[in-house]
Design a protein around this ligand. Structure first.
Ligand code: PLP
Ligand code: LYS
Length: 428
């Protein structure tokens, strides 16, 4: 059964008509499919089980930033997922959702001392360190706690991910990671620090990759470094290849997770056979979008139709504060009519929100047969949708629901505008 599909002219999430969700929970509302999430995670987990050597030889660390709702995290934790976090706040979410901190890896260029302390106290799996000053800070914080911090260096393999420049992270000019040519010296510096335990190597070259060739090229470069480090007496226990697999927003045909992992493990296993007498290395993944992106949509109601001389606008109640991607990256999201009115004349619309910015649009030039008050589904909004939402224009953030077969669960209440200024105060 497709996760989102028309049944008798009504667009549904699993077995639930979206119009029922709108009347029960209002709009705008993010709607997630439990089945889609489960299947997308299983594609990674099953491929790891098929190809990785040994029970502990692979770990999928879901990238929390892509969708951090507690119900999503809890579902994935229940399937054995680890987590890739980029803040102390994300660690607290993982713990609140029942995730295991010992399966958490901490990425990001700007970890604060407090965040490092929190993560050390929870005994996380590894810090993905991105610079020499960060190594020194982590060593100092770990010393203060009388512990050793497990460390990977995020290397920048200088591989072109061939994706949108704002979401490409593996090129020399990006702020991320340690430059490839500085890697060995940085590992030596790490190995000399008494409160660090060098355990792995990490890279992440970008997001929404359709082809796995750049990922496999990055893997080859990482493998070379692992060999050089071994020769220097710095053996590594794990290799983290990051996230990045893309999804279909429009007509893109991304490589399937199972196929990519098959090719990746084939290379890793051949390399370990040739150079290490078959001794394995643990492999970590940090997927986000490919697990949640197409497991969610944003449900919105048409407020007004404005027909103009050159353009028509469908003004809806969702806006750029709910879904930033179009404004930020000119990203394309599909738009579906929730009820199909057969026989109505269609027109071409820009779908826009109520925010006072010309950049506040969700879709452009879409042919839709709609009336005031109709519902629209903005597709592929499960990843980097709610997590990037803001309160601009003092708009409360959307509700979130998770559909499971014929059941709908509210997994985040709609924000009440009065809650948005509760932390503020007047001058005395
Ligand atoms: C370090 C890191 N890991 C994992 C991810 C998740 O990427 P994606 O959603 O493309 O799988 C990101 C975001 O691009 C990231 O910055
Ligand atoms: N927020 C981006 C992805 C950024 C990935 C973070 N490293 C998007 O919506 O496509």
């Amino acid at each position: 059964m497709p996760h989102f599909s028309y049944r008798d002219g009504e667009f549904c999430a699993e077995a639930v008509p979206l119009k029922d969700i709108a009347s029960r929970f209002g709009t705008p509302t993010y709607v997630y499919s439990k089945q889609a999430l489960t299947e997308n995670f299983a594609a990674y987990a099953d491929a790891c089980e098929r190809h990785a050597r040994g029970a502990d030889a692979a770990l999928v660390c879901y990238s929390v930033k892509s969708n951090s709702n507690l119900a999503v995290l809890n579902l994935l934790a229940g399937m054995g997922s680890g987590f890739d976090i980029v803040s102390g706040g994300e660690l607290l979410r993982v713990i609140a959702a029942g995730g295991d901190p010992r399966k958490v890896i901490f990425s990001g260029v700007g970890k604060s001392r407090d965040e490092m302390r929190l993560a050390l106290e929870h005994d996380i799996l590894c810090f993905n360190v991105e610079s020499i000053p960060e190594l020194h800070r982590l060593n100092e914080v770990a010393a203060g706690l009388g512990r050793k911090a497990p460390v990977s260096l995020r290397v920048n393999p200088n591989v072109d991910a061939k994706t949108h420049p704002y979401i490409s992270t593996g090129l020399k000019d990006n702020k991320f990671g340690v430059a490839y040519e500085d890697t060995l010296a940085t590992y030596r510096a790490a190995a000399d620090l008494p409160h660090l335990d060098v355990v792995g190597i990490d890279c992440h070259i970008g997001s929404q990759l359709l082809d796995d060739a750049p990922l496999l090229e990055a893997l080859d470069k990482v493998i070379e470094l692992v060999d050089q480090l071994e020769a220097l007496g710095i053996p590594l226990h794990h290799l983290d290849i990051g996230g990045g697999l893309g999804i279909t927003y429009d007509k893109e045909a991304p490589v399937a997770a199972g196929d990519y992992l098959g090719r990746l493990f084939a290379r890793i296993n051949a390399w370990r056979d040739e150079k290490y007498q078959g001794k394995g290395i643990k492999v970590l993944f940090e997927p986000g979008r490919s697990i949640v992106g197409n497991a969610g949509l944003l449900l919105t109601e048409v407020q007004y139709l404005k027909h103009g001389a050159t353009k028509n606008f469908a003004v809806v109640d969702a806006a750029m504060n709910d879904l930033m991607r179009p404004a930020m990256y000119e990203a394309w999201h599909g738009v579906k009519e929730v009820i199909q009115h057969s026989g109505d004349a269609a027109a071409v619309y820009d779908v826009v929100g109520p925010i006072c910015e010309s950049g506040d649009w969700l879709a452009r030039a879409r042919t839709l047969a709609i009336r005031d008050g109709d519902l629209l589904a903005i597709m592929s909004a499960g990843a980097y949708g709610m997590t990037m939402a803001s309160n601009y224009n003092t708009r409360g953030r959307a509700a979130e629901v998770m559909v499971d077969g014929a059941q709908v669960h509210l997994v985040r209440q709609r924000e009440n505008p009065a809650d948005l200024f509760v932390l503020e105060s007047l001058l005395p």
